[in-house]
Design a protein around this ligand. Structure first.
Ligand code: FES
Length: 146
């Protein structure tokens, strides 16, 4: 292993924008695993920047820590994941991402229309949700979350 591939925690924090305490938290959770130098200092693989970046993206997508842990658990520890490793993770997340894209697209289309929530507060609710018939199908904004 080239020692240039090993970075101190400060470099990871600077590049990812994460606080050192947050990186230590993910280390404690086993999401990243540092090496120890002869002087017992932590050194991280440069490729851990991508793991931490994945965590940042997944959080923006609304994934919880348990889901993120499950996804990262598919990656090998102690070596730089290959493209094939990341492709495997990407495939396992695809349906989740597709669902989020579909919800975002539907929300963008529907937010200035009747969303079937039962409020009947828009003129077009009379057209699309007369007498709140959407409510017979369940709770919440049926035209977006159904
Ligand atoms: S927007 Fe609420 S029922 Fe139409």
């Amino acid at each position: 292993m080239d020692k240039n591939d090993l970075l101190p925690i400060g470099d990871l924090a600077r590049r990812t924008g994460l606080a050192v305490s947050a990186i230590r938290f993910y280390e404690d959770k086993g999401l990243i695993a540092p090496y120890r130098t002869m002087g017992n200092q932590r050194r991280f693989l440069r490729s851990d920047i991508r793991r931490l970046s994945f965590i940042l993206i997944a959080q923006k997508l609304g994934l919880g820590l348990a889901e993120i842990e499950a996804q990262l658990a598919a990656l090998p520890q102690g070596r730089t994941p290959t493209l094939a490793d990341w492709q495997k993770l990407s495939r396992s997340m695809r349906s989740q991402i597709d669902k989020k894209i579909a919800l975002l697209s539907l929300t963008r289309r529907k937010l200035d229309e009747c969303i079937g929530c039962g409020c009947l507060s828009l003129t077009r609710c009379q057209l699309y949700n007369r007498d709140d018939r959407a409510g017979t199908g369940g709770t919440g904004p049926r035209f977006v979350l159904d």
